[in-house]
Design a protein around this ligand. Structure first.
Ligand code: PEP
Ligand code: MN
Length: 337
């Protein structure tokens, strides 16, 4: 159930509503907007008493039953789009935030060179995997904690915020100590215990879409973050697996208007995993920006031919700088900055 309070309601009247919600066996989640407060009441409507009586309370504007299975991530819960502030970079606001960097952190030189170059070209957030989810156990698994320390050093040198992947519940506190945004990868999008652990660190979470995840399942996975008291969730479309072989994954740009319609959480596009081809990245970015993406997550490497992971899809420093220039008219046409 969603309970919308009337504008200008005081703390006391709000507390009375929260008390009643709890008395009836629901868990209230308060979302304070600029104009009004909305309360999401979590509980099984089939086994709990109805909250509809609250509609007659003086301080309540409306009570809406929710047929959809996702509640806190839904637009109904928060009509205005949510914004996430990451070290002063607002995701979901007017500016299209570009997160760029290597697939994997490989060495200090590789990371610092990339960090300085992407910053110069206009990126605001540095990506880089320290713990890598690899299909084969014989492939490079990431530098681990050493990689996290290099990311922190790059942040200190450049001022870029850091996004890096969290692979395991056991490492949630460690990764959160270094990261500004926790990335949940496609392979873990259904790992609900990991989602809960990520949410509980309090860090913003970027949730990739699972390889064969339906949008409803993706929204419900996102619901785990908000239901665990972390409002800072962004979705990231990174392509789904299909019959097609020209691309590594099929980037589903329809996810942008769908997520915008269904959810208040920002949507980021990853054209690198989303195509698997460096030569397609620029076109995918232009499409994504034109369709209303709030951010881009782009793999950039000083020498993609020698990358320790995902070499075929990483763009060079020069290609990235060109891409950022080419994106400008698309960003302006979309009414963004
Ligand atoms: C990555 O960003 O390098 C990555 C492993 O992403 P995904 O989980 O989308 O495959
Ligand atoms: Mn990668």
């Amino acid at each position: 159930m969603i309970i919308v309070l009337k504008p200008g309601i005081g703390k006391k009247e709000e507390a009375a509503v929260l008390k009643e919600i709890r008395r009836l066996g629901y868990q209230p989640h308060v979302m304070r907007g600029v104009a009004r407060t909305v309360i999401g009441a979590i509980g099984d409507e089939r086994t709990h008493k109805s909250l509809e009586t609250l509609a007659s309370w003086a301080q309540v504007e409306s009570v809406m039953p929710i047929q959809k299975r996702y509640k806190l991530v839904s637009r109904e819960a928060h009509v205005k789009g949510s914004t996430i502030d990451v070290r002063g970079n607002v995701i979901g606001g007017k500016k299209v935030q570009v997160m760029a960097g290597p697939c994997s952190v490989e060495s200090e030189t590789q990371l610092m060179t990339t960090a300085h170059a992407v910053k110069k070209a206009g990126a605001t957030i540095l990506r880089g995997g320290a713990f890598k989810p690899r299909t084969s156990p014989y492939e490079f698994q990431g530098l681990g904690e050493k990689g996290l320390k290099l990311l922190a050093k790059a942040r200190q040198e450049t001022g870029l915020a850091i996004i890096t992947e969290l692979l395991s519940e056991q490492q949630a506190d460690l990764v959160a100590e270094f990261a500004d945004i926790l990335q949940i990868g496609t392979r873990n999008a259904h790992n609900f215990q990991l989602l809960i652990a990520a949410a509980r660190t309090g860090k913003p979470v970027l949730l990739k879409r699972g390889l064969s995840m339906k949008i409803e399942e993706w929204l419900l996975a996102g619901e785990y973050i908000l239901a665990n008291e972390n409002p800072n969730l962004m979705f990231c479309e990174r392509g789904v697996r299909t019959f097609e072989t020209f691309t590594r994954n099929m980037l589903d740009l329809s996810a942008i208007p769908i997520i915008k319609k269904e959810s208040h959480c920002p949507i980021v596009i990853d054209p690198s995993q989303g195509s698997g081809r460096a030569d397609l990245v620029a076109a995918m970015c232009k499409g994504a920006v034109a369709m209303g993406a709030d951010g881009l997550l782009i793999e950039v490497h000083p020498n993609p031919a020698e990358a320790w992971s995902d070499g075929a899809q990483q763009v060079t420093l020069e290609a990235f700088a060109t891409l950022m220039e080419e994106l400008k008219p698309f960003i302006a046409a979309a009414g963004r900055e």
